[in-house]
Ligand binder design. Structure first.
Ligand SMILES: [Zn+2]
Length: 504
């Protein structure tokens, strides 16, 4: 028995065995069952998802000695010859290495001869988008008037590079990327057939690394079988394929959620020192965050390479909003890293930026705060009554002292250089009260965002003035704007332009 690699050994031999492409196989089977055979097909989709396998099954199904049927018999001489890649009537051509006009001319000559032992001559051209413009033009002539005994099956990972004139003459089938779960289940089946032991973690790591391509997953499994003695473990997968450990992702997330710049810098240094590919790092980081988010939402994720316990532990004191915010910034990071893949400094910056995401409160707390605020606006006295001082030592009594304090801050801020926006916004702010070491100020709602941004600056000014740690609470109100319609210069202008009159 010759050595047969897994990919070849378990290549699907009929449409039912094809993994994850039912939208393609069902359509082809139903056409074949009705005896309908096209003359040119285009199979597009990512690499390693079964395009050439389906092309070969189709070649067998049309040439099977038992006649055209949903599936080939896989027993007759024609089927066997195609399976073994030695049928004289089925040609597999690699578009990347036979891309020129001469190759296509030779192909066209061959097309005119009748098949030797089958009903159809089948040309399977892989990576067809690699053909030159001239080669496509030559091919097009054959496609326009194909001999009845010829079938073309084109496969491509980049259909957008195939000329429209060619596309329009083909029946097009789009193959989809396989899910981690589909690949995981397939691997599970394979190890059972091969009587190999592998942990779920190992299979899950392989599935995740294969990125939707079953062929890659099978190739990795093959490599691991020769590498490991006994059971294949997650560590084996990491050793062979240089996986960036989840430990690093966990440490990095910890650094971000607790805003520990030093820890983040240390992690990025480790990534750089160990020579990890930054693109690979960020793509793994996205997967890690996704697993974290699913865990937080209580959704089972069997493809996660991090243990559920670790995910639960690290996410217990953060909100889904926080994880989503980190995930959002990381998606941008991934895009940028693709352009500058050798810049750990950029990675560091991006991670530090993430650590500045304020610990977002969960939505329930937010709703509670909003309703409290509304209550307060409607009945400010009530809030005052409810609030009991935590200690008896009130620094200064409200509200006249609030004004005093406020004046002190304004002087301080106005005396400082820069902060011109803040100075402008403070003009509209008014002190309301000062108690329990909290100075409350009232501002138009439009100013809140800007003041929030500089709140630490205001606190610093208070600390410098009083020597105390005084907090600032910002209360907002809607500015009343009641313009008289006719006084409004914009309205006047509109009236002028449209020669209109008011009806109010
Ligand atoms: Zn057959």
């Amino acid at each position: 028995m010759g050595y047969l690699v897994l990919t070849r050994k378990y290549r699907p031999q009929n449409f039912d065995e094809v993994l994850g492409q039912p939208h393609v196989t069902k359509t082809l089977m139903s056409a074949l069952a009705k005896g309908r055979v096209g003359h040119s097909y285009l199979f597009s989709g990512p690499r390693g998802v079964g395009k050439t396998s389906v092309a070969r099954i189709l070649a067998k199904a049309v040439n099977c000695k038992k006649g055209i049927a949903e599936n080939p018999c896989n027993e007759c001489e024609n089927c066997i010859a195609i399976t073994n890649c030695n049928s004289v009537d089925v040609m597999e051509i690699d578009g990347a290495s036979n891309r020129g006009i001469d190759e296509i001319r030779a192909l066209r000559e061959g097309v005119s001869y009748s098949p030797v032992q089958s009903a159809f001559k089948v040309y399977i051209i892989d990576e067809v988008h690699m053909l030159t413009k001239e080669a496509f033009n030559a091919l097009l002539k054959t496609l326009e008037e194909p001999p009845s005994h010829v079938i073309f099956i084109f496969a491509t990972t980049e259909p957008q590079k195939v000329p429209k004139t060619v596309l329009s003459r083909c029946q097009r089938f789009d193959f989809r990327i396989l899910s981690n779960k589909e690949i995981f289940d397939k691997l599970k089946e394979l190890i059972k057939l091969e009587k190999i032991k592998a942990t779920d973690e190992a299979l899950s790591l392989i599935s995740s690394r294969a990125e939707g391509a079953i062929r890659d997953a099978e190739g990795m499994l093959e490599q691991l079988i020769s590498y490991s003695e006994g059971e294949i473990t997650g560590d084996d997968v990491r050793d062979v394929f240089g996986f960036i450990g989840n430990k690093l992702y966990l440490e990095l997330f910890n650094g971000i959620k607790s805003s520990e710049g030093e820890e983040i810098i240390r992690c990025v240094e480790e990534i750089a020192v160990k020579g990890y590919d930054l693109r690979e790092f960020t793509s793994g980081w996205l997967k890690f965050l996704r697993s974290l988010l699913l865990c937080k939402l209580g959704i089972e994720d069997i493809t996660s390479t991090v243990s559920r316990d670790a995910l639960v532990k690290i996410s217990e004191d953060v909100s889904t909003e926080f994880i989503t915010a980190v995930l959002n910034l990381s998606v941008d990071l991934e895009k940028d890293i693709r352009l500058i893949p050798y810049s750990p400094v950029y990675l560091e910056l991006a991670m530090l930026r993430m650590s500045k995401i304020p610990a977002l409160r969960d939505i329930n707390t937010l709703i509670k705060n909003i309703s409290n605020e509304t209550l307060l606006k409607e009945n400010p006295q009530e809030e005052k009554k409810e609030r009991k001082p935590e200690n008896d030592k009130l620094v200064i009594k409200a509200p006249e002292n609030a004004q005093e304090l406020w004046n002190a801050i304004i002087t301080k801020v106005n005396g400082s250089t820069g902060k011109n926006f803040l100075k402008a916004f403070l003009k509209d702010a008014e002190p309301v009260s000062f108690e329990d070491n909290i100075l409350r100020i009232k501002v138009p709602s439009t100013h809140k965002k800007h003041l929030d941004e500089d709140i630490h600056f205001l606190r610093g000014a208070l600390k410098e003035t009083t020597g105390e740690d005084i907090d600032i609470e910002i209360i907002t109100y809607q500015q009343k704007i009641e313009p008289k319609l006719s006084d409004n210069s914009m309205v006047t202008k509109v009236k002028e332009i449209f020669n209109a009159e008011e009806f109010i």
